[in-house]
Design a protein around this ligand. Structure first.
Ligand code: MRU
Length: 354
């Protein structure tokens, strides 16, 4: 992608984060500068930057901008402020575990280095954020390579939400697979769920796929069952925000419904995600915290009121697909099939760093 989803400009002391503001796409390509902690938190909460790996990278850079004011402080003061900054960022969105994972990497940079002054730790925090971003780029490539082998030649492939370059620091997770398959000349056509209520599929995924020259068809979420029944879909692939140790996977609301439909229509259902999206501290998906967002996203999405005044709403942003409905998980370390705790542990390791 020619415009990076996120980029750091300048040095650790005075630099800042620049985000491609995803709330403005596809109509406007607008870059947002984040020079303060509050800018990063607001950008994550309002989905200017979104998608599990991308918010992890944004949070790591958020730590740097959040700690810049304490560059001249004593180490004690710096460490105390660091705890507050990481807590604020961790609380910005609850479901994607990549956020907490990136923040714990930032925290580790400062730990056990009493000999370094605050300015040196700030430099290390920036180096770590850059490392997280660079690693994510490589991870996306590897996911794409492994997943492309699963795609049937000439297939219709359905995807939900946006798990592309906009959601990562590289080419994406689910979309990396589709980009790799297209690059191999596999002649796929992608069906994109519009993804109510915030339309990440309609606004972002179609934008990315068409820029890549992939035949793309936008459908309403409610059309997926009929598309499968009509034989238009030979595989489903999505990303994930958090995957429990047993393979239960949280992703954008509506993903679970697709998995149920795929089972009914004997269509393979794949989830592509990096190791940083796995949360081995959770035995099953029942423990995954699900973000609930403002009901206004349903009743007056994008400005126009579409429901009666005062109507009650329920707006969970994610759901959990049980492992038994997932044909395989595609990771940077290979394909996990069948999706069981044992197979996940075998491919990824469970020792924290893998
Ligand atoms: O609310 P969003 O847009 O952040 O939700 C994003 C998703 O659900 C993605 O599918 C997921 O983060 C995977 S991104 C590679």
């Amino acid at each position: 992608m020619s415009l990076p989803t996120l980029a750091w400009t300048g040095d650790a002391a005075t630099g800042h984060l620049v985000l491609l503001d995803q709330t403005r796409l596809p109509l406007e390509v607008h870059q947002r500068e984040c020079r303060r902690l509050e800018d990063v938190v607001e950008s994550i909460q309002s989905l200017r930057v979104r998608g599990a790996p991308a918010i992890g990278v944004a949070a790591a850079y958020g730590v740097v901008v959040g700690m810049q004011p304490f560059r001249e402080s004593s180490r004690d003061e710096f460490d105390q402020q660091l705890a507050g900054v990481t807590t604020t960022l961790a609380d910005s969105r609850p479901t994607a575990v990549n956020l907490a994972w990136a923040l714990s990497r930032s925290t580790e940079c400062a730990q056990n280095r009493p000999e370094l002054d605050s300015a040196a730790i700030l430099d290390r925090l920036l180096e770590e954020a850059v490392a997280i971003q660079d690693e994510d780029r490589d991870t996306c490539q590897a996911i794409g390579r492994h997943g492309a082998e699963l795609m049937p030649r000439g297939a219709g492939v359905l995807t939900h939400c946006n798990a592309g370059g906009l959601a990562t620091a590289g080419s994406g997770t689910a979309l990396a697979v589709l980009f790799a398959a297209a690059d191999l000349g596999m002649n796929i056509e992608v069906y994109v769920d519009e993804t109510r209520p915030l339309l990440q599929g309609a606004r972002l995924t179609t934008w990315e796929l068409t820029r890549h020259g992939i035949p793309t068809t936008l459908i309403c979420d409610s059309m997926a069952a009929w598309a499968m029944r009509q034989g238009r879909v030979q595989a489903v692939i999505t990303g994930a925000d958090r995957i429990a140790a047993n393979g239960d996977a949280a992703n954008k609301i509506g993903t679970y419904a697709l998995a149920v439909l795929a089972r009914e229509h004997r269509v393979p259902f794949y989830i592509a995600a990096p190791r940083s999206t796995f949360d081995f501290s959770l035995a099953s998906g029942e423990e995954i915290p699900i973000e609930e967002r403002d009901g206004g996203e349903i009743t007056r999405g994008f400005g126009r009121q579409t429901a009666p005044d005062g109507i009650g709403t329920w707006n969970p942003a994610f759901d959990v697909t049980p492992a038994e409905l997932i044909t395989a998980l595609v990771t940077e370390r290979g394909v996990i099939e069948p999706v069981t705790s044992q197979q996940i542990a075998k491919v990824l390791g469970t020792d924290g760093d893998g």
